[in-house]
Design a protein around this ligand. Structure first.
Ligand code: PXL
Length: 273
């Protein structure tokens, strides 16, 4: 459940190819159609918030169920509210809810969001099993100031505990670094009181949609039966490979990650080829 941005390599145009390539059937619920993602200086938006309930109602009537619901970028408070209604219809013990509260980066909310939206996204996170905010989103969800990425392990551990207190079972914070030249993710599984982290080499630039690549891969790995720690490890490695491919691609686009070329490496990692 996220937007369909015609150009920009984010949200559904990332989630659908990656999860499908991993051998998992994907159903999509586009929450909006944009000409491009919001990092472009001009774009059109057709909001589809009003479609979420009728689509959910019809699917429910067809007896359809899901192994997972994955939410990403949501474009308004009302939309987040409708997503909660969708969870009420479909979430059960056999359905994992994975929420990527894609709303901010580098200390700033994405274009189009006001501070009030954060509280509504926190309600979606509260109902999720797994949440994967980046550092900026984690700070915002906890009502903390974002201070340019200078965080120590103990602070991140404390934040993870506080994120789980919102209501989710597993909280991750992505894009963290405790050491020059390394970037990665820290995760806390509250139900078994387990903390783990994975790091990779930090490569030059930061590309738009990297979070969507990471989350999609993580969902795909979990749906392939990998444990939560293993799924995060796979997602860190695949995302790093995508960023490296983007960096090395002379013809790369400024607006998205070169996730396509690393798909064969991902399939090898999960034993599909
Ligand atoms: O990658 C997150 C994302 C998803 N969808 C849209 C966005 C963004 C980030 O800016 O604008 C429309």
């Amino acid at each position: 459940m996220q937007d369909l941005s015609c150009v920009g390599k984010c949200s559904l145009t990332v989630a659908l190819p990656i999860i499908s390539a991993m051998g998992v059937e994907v159903s999509v619920l586009p929450t909006a159609v944009l000409s491009c993602h919001t990092a472009f200086d001009d774009f059109s938006v057709k909001d589809l918030t009003g479609e979420i309930k009728p689509i959910g109602d019809k699917l429910k009537k067809q007896g359809i169920s899901f192994d997972a619901i994955y939410t990403g970028y949501l474009s308004s408070e009302k939309q987040a509210e409708e997503v909660l209604g969708f969870f009420d219809k479909f979430k059960n013990d056999d359905c994992i809810v994975f929420c990527d509260p894609a709303m901010a980066d580098n200390g700033k909310l994405y274009t189009g969001f006001e501070n009030d939206f954060i509280g509504e996204m926190a309600k979606v996170c509260a109902k999720a099993d797994i949440i994967v905010p980046n550092l900026t989103e984690a700070c915002f969800l906890l009502g903390k100031e974002y201070n340019d990425g200078e965080y120590k392990r103990e602070e991140i551990k404390k934040m993870l505990g506080q994120l789980c207190e919102i209501g989710c079972k597993t909280a991750a914070v992505t894009g963290i670094s405790y050491e020059e030249g390394k970037v990665g993710v820290a995760v806390f599984q509250s139900e078994i009181n387990d903390y783990f982290e994975f790091f990779t080499e930090k490569i030059g630039s930061v590309y738009h949609g990297t979070g969507d690549v990471f989350s999609s891969c993580c969902v795909g790995a979990i749906m392939n039966g990998f444990s939560i720690p293993k799924a995060f490890e796979i997602a860190v490695k695949y995302t790093a490979q995508c960023v490296k491919a983007s960096f090395e691609n002379k013809d790369r686009r400024w607006y998205g990650v070169d996730f396509e070329t690393a798909i064969p490496m991902l399939l090898k990692m999960i034993g599909k080829v």
